[in-house]
Design a protein around this ligand. Structure first.
Ligand code: FPP
Length: 228
């Protein structure tokens, strides 16, 4: 049995959910079926995280670069995310989960923006865990918009202007499907994050493997550039 020592739990775990398309292709199915199954993994990880007492989890659901995918895949993903936001409301309310979206909201459609506002409003009182979906997000976009606003405000504290202001930097980043890259995700915030890479495709990434990744994290020696 895998045991995770509470003191060695990360505060913020973030996921690059990769491999949905390949998962579907292996089964001769449409890519969207992979994303559909990927939402099941998001739910499984959310439930496990609440049980463990993790305070922040976040998922890279749609990058700025993903806008370049086919029209069918983009609109399919948007309606899938919209549906998931509606379906998961009871899970969030029952478990004290606060839902947030971070990204370039200007590029999202009116229906998706409305769905986000509604869910963020209804879950604003959730205090057990915060779940963040990064949507239409890229690290370079975030640093650019922060730099612009920081200059306008005459400040030199970039953290205050990043889209993630107030969210602790991730302690652990898990990327599935064998890719070992940051892919323009939180470029500033991942400075001292521990990385765990797994070959498992996102739709197959569930609780047991999550616990194994947390155990791996607990064994890491984090020095933040200092000598211990
Ligand atoms: C990467 O796999 C996955 C995505 C680009 C989308 C992930 C989004 C979800 C699972 C929706 C979750 C949303 C909510 C609101 C819970 P890929 O398509 O790049 O896979 P491939 O590399 O095998 O082609």
């Amino acid at each position: 049995m895998i045991m995770v020592i509470p003191e060695k739990l990360p505060v913020h775990v973030t996921f690059i959910m990769d491999g949905n398309g390949r998962w579907a292709k292996q089964r001769g199915q449409d890519r969207l079926k992979g994303h559909f199954e990927g939402v099941e993994s998001v739910r499984a990880i959310t439930e496990a995280s609440v049980e463990l007492g993790i305070k922040f989890i976040s998922f890279f659901a749609f990058s700025e670069e993903n806008w370049n995918r086919s029209e069918a895949e983009v609109s399919g993903l948007m309606s899938l995310m919209l549906r998931a936001m509606k379906n998961e409301l009871p899970l969030f309310l029952d478990n004290g989960i606060r839902f947030r979206v971070i990204g370039n909201r200007e590029r999202l459609g009116a229906d998706v923006n409305e769905g986000i506002d509604t869910l963020e409003g209804l879950t604003a009182g959730g205090s057990r865990m915060t779940l963040i979906i990064f949507m239409s997000y890229s690290g370079k976009w975030d640093i650019s918009q922060a730099a612009r606003r920081m200059a306008a405000a005459g400040s030199d504290r970039i953290e205050d202007f990043l889209a993630t202001a107030g969210v602790p930097d991730p302690d652990l980043m898990i990327r599935t499907s064998g890719e070992q890259r940051i892919s323009n995700y939180m470029l500033w915030q991942l400075a001292y994050t521990e990385f765990v890479f797994t070959d498992t495709l996102w739709p197959d990434f569930r609780k047991q493997e999550y616990l194994a990744a947390l155990e791996e994290y607990a064994s890491r020696d984090r020095r933040f550039g200092k000598v211990k």
